[in-house]
Ligand binder design. Structure first.
Ligand code: FAD
Ligand code: NAD
Length: 466
C-alpha cells in the first residue's frame, strides 16, 4: 500500500530538514527520506558542526599554550587528549542531529529511513531496512546535497588519504599534513591540525588561496596563516600520491607544467571542492538532466519537471548550509501558496579560522569587471580598542559602496569574530543602506563592531583611510 503526501523531501540536510519543518508548520502532510541513518546531512554530521567543534577546541588548546601567558595567565604546557576532544565533537553532533529528529516529530513529519529514488511523476521509492516502499507525492523536493571531488592519482582511504570526513576523525595528530586545495575546508581543517601540532603544507592550483574571495583579503589571510606556520605551494598541482611506503609521497608539478618533485606526508587531505550528489536518484524518470557539472538547474527552485523542486548544494549557488536552509523554507512556503524569496546577492560566507574571514556581496574584482564605479572604506583592527585589549589586532574591515546608487554592495573582513559581525552588513544591505547610514548608527563601545562603523565612515572620507 502507498501513502500520499503533499511533500516528499529526499535528503535530510539543512535544505531538506528546514523545508520539512516549514512544510509541517504550514500544515502540509510531509515526509523526509534520509539514507545516512541520521538527520542533519553533511552539515551536522560531517561538515559545519564537527569542524566548528574541533576549530573551537583546538583554538583554546593553542591559546592556552601561547596567548594566555601574554595576559598574565600562567598554565603548565597544555597536553592534548585527542580522544576527549573528538568525543566532545561527537556529543555536539549527536545532540544536534537528535534535536532535528525531535523537530520532525514535533511538526508531525514522517521520517523515512532509506535511500530515495524518484520513480516517475509523483512517486518516490524508498529502499530501507524493511525493503522497498513507495510514497505518493504531490510535490517532490530534491535535497540530496553534495560529495567531495576526487583527484586522479589520489585514492581516498579516509585513513591516510582523507576527504574532510576522514580529516574530522583522525586518531592521532599527523606529523606532516599536506592539504590539496587552499579553499575553505583546507584552511579550516588545516588550522585544526596545525594548532594540535601538525606541520601543514597547502598545495593550491591557482596563484592565491581562497581564489574567489576579495583579493586584498586573500593576500592578508595568507600572510597571517604563514605567520602561524602554514606553508604554501601556490600555482602547483598534485599529480599523484604514492601510499606504498610508511610515509606518503606526494608528487607535485608547477600548475603550468614543468619539473616534478616529491614531498612527504603522514596524511593528505583532499579538499579541492565538492560536487552535486544525484547518484541513483532516478532523475531520468521525470526527464531532469543535470548540467555538465552535475547541478540540477532551477527557476525559483522549480526543476524542469512539474511538481519537482530542488534546493541546497545539489542546485546552483554557493554550497552553504544557510543558503540551503533559506531555500528549504522558501520552497515549503511556495508549495503552500505563500511567498518564497531569497536575495542571491546577500548570502554571507565565513571561514572559521583564527582570525575569521567574512564576506558578503561583490568583491572589488567583481565590481571592476562589471564596470561599476565604487567607493571603498577600510578600517584596521589594530586601531580598534576592543581588538587591542583582546590582543586580537590582525585584520581589517572593508566596505564597498556603489557610487551611483550609494548602496553598500559588498563587505569583506578579516579579524577575530567577524563571522558574527557580517550579519550587521547583511541587514544593512537588505534595507538598501548607504555607508553613511551605517556610519550614522550608534555602535556600542568598546566593541569590534565599531570597526564596521569606522570603515563605513571611511567610504565618505570621514576618517583617515587604513
Ligand atoms: P547535505 O547536507 O549534503 O544533505 C543531503 C542529505 O541527503 C545527506 O544527508 C545525504 O545522506 C542525503 N541523501 C542523498 N541522496 C539521498 C537519497 N537518494 N536518498 C536519501 N537520502 C539521500 N556550510 C556552512 O554554511 N557553514 C559551515 O561552517 C560549513 N562547514 C562545512 C564543513 C565541511 C567539512 C563541509 C564538508 C561542508 C561544510 N559546509 C558549511 C557546507 C554545508 O555542509 C553544505 O552546504 C550543506 O550541508 C548543504 O546542505 P544540503 O541540505 O543541500 O545537503
Ligand atoms: P573550495 O572551492 O572552497 O576550495 C577548493 C580549492 O581547491 C580552491 O582554492 C581551488 O582553486 C583548489 N583546487 C581545485 N583543484 C585543485 C587541484 N587539482 N590542486 C590543487 N588545488 C586545487 O572547496 P572546499 O574547500 O573543498 O569546500 C567545498 C565546499 O564546502 C565549498 O563550496 C564551501 O562553500 C563549503 N564549505 C563551507 C564552509 C564554511 O562556510 N565555513 C566550510 C567548509 C566547506
Amino acid at each position: 500500500m502507498s501513502d500520499t503526501y503533499d511533500v516528499v523531501i529526499i535528503g535530510g540536510g539543512p535544505g531538506g530538514y528546514n523545508c520539512a519543518i516549514r512544510a509541517g508548520q504550514l500544515g502540509l502532510k510531509t515526509a523526509i527520506v534520509e539514507s545516512r541513518g541520521a538527520l542533519g546531512g553533511v552539515c551536522l554530521n560531517v561538515g559545519c558542526i564537527p569542524s566548528k567543534a574541533l576549530l573551537h577546541a583546538s583554538e583554546l588548546f593553542e591559546a592556552a599554550g601561547s596567548t594566555f601567558a601574554s595576559m598574565g595567565i600562567l598554565v603548565d604546557k597544555p597536553r592534548l587528549d585527542l580522544a576527549a576532544m573528538m568525543a566532545q565533537k561527537t556529543d555536539a553532533v549527536n545532540g544536534l542531529t537528535k534535536g532535528v529528529e525531535f523537530l520532525m516529530k514535533k511538526n508531525k513529519i514522517t521520517y523515512v529511513k532509506g535511500r530515495g529514488r524518484i520513480a516517475g511523476a509523483g512517486r518516490v521509492e524508498v529502499t530501507g531496512e524493511g525493503g522497498v516502499q513507495t510514497l505518493e507525492a504531490k510535490n517532490i523536493v530534491i535535497a540530496t546535497g553534495s560529495e567531495p571531488m576526487g583527484l586522479p592519482g589520489v585514492t581516498i582511504d579516509e585513513k591516510r588519504i582523507v576527504s574532510s570526513t576522514g580529516a574530522l576523525a583522525l586518531e592521532k595528530v599527523p606529523g606532516k599534513l599536506v592539504v590539496i586545495g587552499g579553499g575553505v575546508i583546507g584552511l579550516e581543517l588545516g588550522s585544526v591540525w596545525r594548532r594540535l601540532g601538525a606541520e601543514v603544507t597547502v598545495v593550491e592550483y591557482l596563484d592565491r588561496i581562497t581564489p574567489t574571495m576579495d583579493a586584498e583579503i586573500s593576500t592578508q589571510f595568507q600572510k597571517i596563516l604563514k605567520k602561524q606556520g602554514f606553508q604554501f605551494e601556490l600555482s602547483t598541482k598534485v599529480v599523484g600520491v604514492d601510499a606504498g611506503k610508511a610515509k606518503l609521497a606526494v608528487a607535485l608539478e608547477p600548475a603550468a607544467g614543468g619539473e616534478r618533485r616529491t614531498i612527504e606526508a603522514d596524511v593528505v587531505l583532499v579538499a579541492i571542492g565538492r560536487r552535486p550528489y544525484t547518484e541513483g536518484l532516478g532523475l531520468e524518470t521525470v526527464g531532469i538532466m543535470p548540467d555538465k557539472r552535475g547541478f540540477i538547474a532551477n527557476d525559483h527552485w522549480k526543476t524542469s519537471a512539474p511538481g519537482v523542486w530542488v534546493i541546497g548544494d545539489v542546485t546552483t549557488g554557493p554550497m552553504l548550509a544557510h543558503k540551503a536552509e533559506e531555500e528549504g523554507g522558501n520552497v515549503a512556503q511556495l508549495i503552500a501558496g505563500q511567498w518564497g524569496h531569497m536575495n542571491p546577492d546577500i548570502i554571507p560566507s565565513v571561514i572559521y579560522t583564527k582570525p575569521e574571514v567574512a564576506s558578503v556581496g561583490k568583491t572589488e574584482e567583481e565590481l571592476k569587471a562589471a564596470g561599476i564605479a565604487y567607493k571603498v572604506g577600510k578600517f584596521p583592527f589594530l586601531a580598534n580598542s576592543r581588538a587591542r585589549t583582546n590582543h586580537e589586532t590582525d585584520g581589517f574591515v572593508k566596505i564597498l559602496e556603489d557610487q551611483a546608487t550609494r548602496r553598500v554592495v559588498g563587505a569583506h573582513m578579516i579579524g577575530t569574530g567577524v563571522g558574527e559581525l557580517i550579519g550587521e552588513i547583511c541587514v544593512a544591505m537588505e534595507f538598501g543602506a548607504s555607508a553613511e547610514d551605517i556610519a550614522r548608527t550608534c555602535h556600542a563601545h568598546p566593541t569590534t563592531s565599531e570597526a564596521i562603523r569606522e570603515a563605513a565612515k571611511g567610504v565618505d572620507g570621514w576618517v583617515m583611510q587604513a
